[in-house]
Design a protein around this ligand. Structure first.
Ligand code: SF4
Length: 186
């Protein structure tokens, strides 16, 4: 029901992208917000059109042939976000090819990197490294921030979802979408 209403509010271009993602069986979320530092270190929250969950990649559907998207591309690059810009207006017959080709290249490069790492080191040794996932393993309650600081679940919860926390606040261990906090306010 909710997906249906989001879909109805989308532009035709975005719906075309949704149809392709459906055909490819790729799970996505819509306008997932990300925290970025703009020029002059100005903090911003932007919402690229689609987040491709299995790839960790964002899509921007460029809605106008005349708009200059270079600035957005530069800011995303500077902040380490991988974003594909789809130009449905200027490349009506090519954008699907570009997207599929990019995802293929990305998948191959991820696979190659992983194979290279595993050729050098055994997965069990990697897992047992002292610094592996150190943000979790070496976590201390004092690292909790904002509303999580005094939370009774802080030690085990570690401040909720790290991805949401960093993308929404720029800080780790203070997930602002915590259900426990929302419940307390009701
Ligand atoms: S995310 Fe919620 S439950 Fe977890 S530590 Fe923060 S306030 Fe507590």
């Amino acid at each position: 029901m909710q997906i249906e209403s989001i879909y109805n509010k989308m532009t035709n271009s975005k719906r075309e992208v949704v149809e392709l993602l459906k055909d490819l069986g790729i799970k996505w979320s819509y306008e997932h917000p990300v925290f970025v530092w703009g020029e002059n270190k100005r903090p911003r929250v932007w919402a690229p059109d689609f987040y491709l969950i299995p790839f960790g990649i964002y899509l921007e559907v460029c809605g106008s042939a005349n708009f200059d998207y270079d600035y957005r591309r530069k800011i995303f690059d500077n902040n380490g976000f991988r974003v594909i810009f789809l130009h449905l207006y200027t490349e009506p017959y090519k954008w699907t090819y570009h997207l599929i080709r990019y995802l293929q290249l990305f998948t191959n490069s991820r696979y190659n990197k992983l194979s290279e790492i595993l050729r050098k080191e055994n997965i069990i040794d990697i897992w047992n490294k002292e610094d592996f996932c150190c943000y979790n393993r070496k976590f201390k309650k004092e690292e909790l921030k904002d509303d999580c600081k005094d939370c009774k679940y802080g030690k085990s919860c570690k401040g909720g979802c790290l991805a949401v926390s960093t993308s929404m606040t720029g800080k780790m261990h203070c997930d602002p979408f915590c259900l426990y906090q929302i419940e307390k306010q009701i």
